[in-house]
Design a protein around this ligand. Sequence first.
Ligand SMILES: Nc1ncnc2c1ncn2[C@@H]1O[C@H](COP(=O)(O)OP(=O)(O)OP(=O)(O)O)[C@@H](O)[C@H]1O
Ligand SMILES: [Mg+2]
Length: 768
Amino acid sequence: MYKGFTRILALYCADKVQPCVPPILRSNVLCTRKGGHNIGYIFLRGKKYDRGNPAALFVPIPVKPNPDDINVGEEFTGRIKKQDLLKILNKFYQKPEIRELAANNGLDDQLLHQAFLSFRRHCLEHDLPPDLHITISDIIQGAGHVDDLFPYFLRHARLAFPHLDCLDDLKKISDLRTPASWYPEARGLNRKIVFHAGPTNSGKTYHAMEKFLKAKSGVYCGPLKLLATEIYHKSNKHGTPCDLITGEERRHASLYATVASAEELEVATSQERLLGLDASELTPSSHVACTVEMTSLSNTYEVAIIDEIQMIGDRGRGWAWTRAILGLQADEIHLCGEPGAIHLIEEICNTTGEELEVRTYKRLTELKIEDSALGTLDNVKPGDCIVCFNKNDIYSVSRAIEQRGQEVAVIYGSLPPGTKLAQANKFNDPNSSCKVMVATDAIGLGINLSIRRIIFFSLIKPVVNEDGDKEMDIISVSQALQIAGRAGRYGSAWETGYVTTFRPEDLATLKTLMSNLPEPVSQAGLHPTAEQMELYAYHLPHASLSSLMDIFVHLCTVDDSLYFMCNTEAFKFLAEMIQHVPLPLRARYVFCCAPINNKLPFVCATFLKMVRQYSRNEPLTKNWLGNAVDWPLPAPKTIMDLVHLESVFDVLELYLWLSYRFPDMFPDVKLVRDMETELDAIIQQGIFQITRLLRNSEQVLRDDPSMAAMNNKRHTRALKSSDESKGKLSDLLVARGLITPQMLKKLQQELTVEKKPERSRNNRNRRK
Ligand SMILES: Nc1ncnc2c1ncn2[C@@H]1O[C@H](COP(=O)(O)OP(=O)(O)OP(=O)(O)O)[C@@H](O)[C@H]1O
Ligand SMILES: [Mg+2]
């Protein structure tokens, strides 16, 4: 319900032509190609289908009678009575042998049933082709067998379900049983693989880094930009020149040489501009720190580190770890992570014929669970970090702490990297007056902060289940241990770490979570490649990309003793959003891989605008982008403003991400990076004054009763989320804080302006 609703919200803002009608319902025609010709159509059902049953994706198309089938057969063998025909057809359908034969030809029970109904109707309503007429007459007269009908039935079934003709090809393309064989260069090497296993704060990454720093060349692959940035700084500080590569950024080691420490990051970026340096123009360093999705498989390294290897089992991102471990070309690969992943990695190494060396570590400092919960924010002490799982809690907790006279550092996922770093530095600095942090689990993996005690504000977090749906659940053992593991980091100001909950009633649950070992990771993620999608599109040229992905996921064969298919919801969400924009398949695929938070309508709407601009072959200049985001932007006055600025930052990040994939169409990288630096500073200021923003937001609500009413509605809705689909969509958007009333007004204006040309373009397309 939650996911569907958000999807529709985003589509409402994103697709101004037909609000609330997901594009898949408008583009649900599949057509198959044989020998270069389109031979028929398959109509896809709506979005919801039985996930376990690929056949449910298809419904039969009506098979037209052949005009040449004038009743020649009747002239040879006489008229066939309808009752006799019906009896024979039903007998045919009930035979287990027929079921088996059908299954061998790609017709499972559901397809068989549908194909049979279609065949029976066809036989009863139209003149039979002569060969079939004669065969049926023979069966009636005892001169033939009912099984003889099968070839005729199959001929009909293939017309009703054209994909049956290319099913073997489709299955071959999506045979994912041996992913190790996709990387022949890596298979040609004799790689040494070392697994550094242990609890948090046990020195796993440290020991892997020792190898990396001494090597002639190296790559570090981590789960977070913040972590990759930490390694970039550590390596350069150590004197091993190292570049930083994330989806949106390429920072050359030489930039680090101009600065002394991480605190001077901002100086470094401005220096980069002054010097006119462009990282892409410089010779790459022999060491690189990157986010795991960006790992280059074509470069060769002496040492590679794949950090937080247990993430290989992540339902959304696991594929990136699988790709790195199978495909990296390195003499030594150092994996760091939870012991729960050892067995799976051993099994994967068996498939590549490589030996795995396991080194285990113990926690370097003590981590104590306190006997009492915090109870009240009056008990917050220096070195405390309160972990919340939603932004509203972040805001209210930080405000409440500041009201008690304590300065707060705030870190959450959607903050720009510069802001996160500045907040982390403010908190880590022993001379700073800021001694308390409020953060989401954005600090959860591998990061070193000077935290004495972790306080879980709650233990419930939205999680994506196996079906890609979001639900609220208690955090996993692994998440609890990872987050708690941020307390008492070795070498920090706190030699012992502590952990507790805010609410007394959560403490027992925390103790149970902390007394367990992290869940073993039993499967590694996989994801279809662009090439595989292209081959699918060749066979099913009129299928939408989202449908291709659905069919791929359902037809693929995966060795499920080791692997699983990562969920593709985020990809399909974008594919459906841009389905109506004409694009070459490869470009469409790349756009659908963009890392977008689909809960942010402003980001989705701007993304759609970018895709349209690209489709019209018009470069996306800084001016264009400036117009799209209303640049320049004033400092935030309220939390709503801050949230909007964060969305704008996401849009700039999106631009940079796309600029590395489509450099000709997104040319103004340097200028957009300047915009980012400026916006990062504005957001940083906003975060420094978060309490004032919260106060202002409350004042706005008090001054504007309609906003207050909406806010009340929001709280009621939070309690009764099942009511979300009711009511006016625009009210819901505002009430959920997803857009401000001003943005809504602007959006309405845009809707009116853009509706006309959009409609005429659509009409043109339809006429084509
Ligand atoms: N032998 C050592 N000498 C000096 N410092 C060390 C040593 N081992 C670890 N450290 C420091 O201790 C801190 C924690 O180490 P590290 O980040 O390697 O732990 P980890 O096991 O990777 O933790 P996590 O599971 O959270 O990623 C780091 O700041 C690291 O630099
Ligand atoms: Mg680590």
